[in-house]
Ligand binder design. Structure first.
Ligand code: ADP
Ligand code: MG
Length: 173
C-alpha cells in the first residue's frame, strides 16, 4: 500500500498527534495541511481570515491538500477540509481516508488544555464545548461520508495507531 493516508476529524481530534505516530509506524512521511498552508503563505490563520475571509482560507486549504498529497505520506488535514465536496472526492479517490471520531466534550477538553497550539479564530464566537457540538452537528455526516475507516479517537494515541494498522490490514468491506 503506497497511496496517501488522509486523517480527518474536528479540531482536537488528534489528526496531527496520531497522524505523525502512524507515519512513523508505517515508514511514511508526515505532512500537515495546516502547517503547510501557514509556512507557504507566511500568514497566520487569523491573518488569512482577516484579509480573505474563511472563503479565502478554504481555497488555500484545497491547494494545500493537493500539494501535500503524495505516495507513502500521511496527510493530517484541517478540521474543515470536508466542507468542500471537491476535497472529499479528492481524498477518497487518491487515498485512504481515516476519520478520528470523538465526542464534542473530549475535543473541547483537549483544546482547552492546549490553547497555544490552536491559535485560530473561533468559528462561532461561542464557548468551546458549544462550538464543538455545533461543528460536529454540521460536519458529522461529511466526515462519515468522506471516510473509508472510522476510528474511536478517545483511546490513547498508541492504541489508535494499532486500531488503524489493524483496519488497514483488514480486507476492504
Ligand atoms: P488535531 O490535529 O486533530 O487538531 P492534535 O493532534 O493537535 O489534534 O491534538 C490536539 C490536542 O489533543 C493536543 O494537545 C494533543 O496532545 C491532544 N491529543 C491528541 N490525541 C489525543 C488522544 N488520543 N488522547 C489524548 N489527548 C490527545
Ligand atoms: Mg492538527
Amino acid at each position: 500500500m503506497t497511496q496517501p493516508i488522509f486523517m480527518i476529524g474536528a479540531r482536537g481530534a488528534g489528526k496531527t498527534t496520531v497522524g505523525s505516530a502512524l507515519a512513523q509506524a508505517l515508514g511514511f512521511k508526515f505532512v500537515d495541511t495546516d502547517s503547510y498552508l501557514l509556512q507557504t503563505s507566511k500568514l497566520s490563520v487569523a491573518e488569512i481570515v482577516e484579509r480573505e475571509g474563511w472563503e479565502g482560507f478554504r481555497r488555500r486549504e484545497t491547494q494545500a491538500l493537493e500539494s501535500t498529497s503524495a505516495p507513502q505520506t500521511v496527510v493530517a488535514t484541517g478540521g474543515g477540509i470536508v466542507l468542500a465536496a471537491e476535497n472529499r472526492a479528492f481524498m477518497r479517490r487518491t487515498g485512504t481516508v481515516i476519520y478520528l471520531r470523538s465526542p464534542a466534550a473530549t475535543l473541547a477538553q483537549r483544546l482547552e488544555e492546549s490553547p497555544l497550539e490552536d491559535q485560530r479564530p473561533t468559528l462561532t464566537g461561542k464557548p468551546i464545548t458549544e462550538e464543538m457540538l455545533q461543528v460536529l452537528n454540521e460536519r458529522e455526516n461529511l466526515y462519515q461520508e468522506a471516510a473509508h475507516i472510522v476510528i474511536d479517537g478517545t483511546q490513547d494515541p498508541a492504541s489508535i495507531v494499532d486500531a488503524i494498522l489493524d483496519a488497514l490490514a483488514a480486507p476492504v468491506a
